[in-house]
Design a protein around this ligand. Structure first.
Ligand SMILES: [Zn+2]
Length: 232
């Protein structure tokens, strides 16, 4: 039954949506997932054309990275925010997959993005995964993987400790705490590989930075970053 359900879900993703995945009330333009208004208004970043962008700027001097790119700039309450909220809380996995495919197309056309061996979604703790039913970053990763024709790896990086309430800690304590919550499994698989680590929204970048610190313990690994959106 599970396999059948998963096959059914995969088939859904082959079709273009009936309604725009951003506003949900207009018909998308031909061969696209956005209506004409959303296509015009959604704030794409310049990250795929600009190596020195504000995403990689977050990590300069702290973490060794190949490159970093997010698809959209996000404003609270704006179109991108609403769209990602539907992906995370309204079971709209189709949105994550569609955005992954768009990311993949931009990636292929970028002059500095090169082949990657694995796409690694930022993992959720097993309890959170069970509650939500899916990891939104993994769905996004699957969309990218389909376009780039590479594998999604959800084995090597795991989140074993929940880190929900962090408000009382300062930045370094928070980072240390999040870092401890991620562990490596079968990490030899990633030795001397180039991985694209992906998340949904980049706000402070702390989660992603903790994952990068953990992955950087693997000999010869090269890491690039991807995201659906970055906050302004
Ligand atoms: Zn729309």
């Amino acid at each position: 039954m599970h396999a059948l359900k998963s096959l059914f879900n995969d088939l859904i993703f082959l079709f273009f949506p009936e309604y725009c995945i951003s506003c949900s009330d207009s018909v998308p333009i031909e061969d696209h997932v956005f209506c004409i208004s959303c296509l015009f208004h959604i704030p794409y970043t310049d990250h795929f054309d600009n190596f020195d962008n504000d995403f990689i700027f977050h990590f300069i001097g702290r973490q060794n990275l190949e490159y970093a790119a997010a698809l959209f700039q996000m404003q609270k309450g704006g179109r991108v925010h609403t769209m990602i909220a539907k992906l995370k809380y309204k079971r709209r996995q189709d949105i994550g997959f569609a955005l992954g495919k768009i990311f993949g197309e931009f990636y292929k056309q970028s002059f500095f993005c090169d082949d990657c061996d694995y796409i690694i979604p930022v993992p959720l703790h097993s309890k959170k995964l069970k509650r939500r039913g899916y990891n939104q970053s993994e769905v996004f990763a699957k969309g990218i993987a389909e376009v780039l024709n590479c594998k999604v790896n959800t084995v090597c990086l795991q989140k074993t400790i929940r880190t929900d309430s962090q408000t009382s800690k300062n930045r370094n304590q928070r980072l240390e705490n999040v870092f401890e919550s991620f562990v490596l499994r079968n990490s030899e698989l990633l030795e001397n590989k180039h991985v694209l680590l992906v998340d949904d929204i980049i706000t402070t970048g702390a989660t992603l930075e903790a994952c990068v610190m953990r992955l950087n313990q693997i000999p010869g690994i090269r890491i690039s970053l991807g995201a659906i959106a970055i906050t302004e």
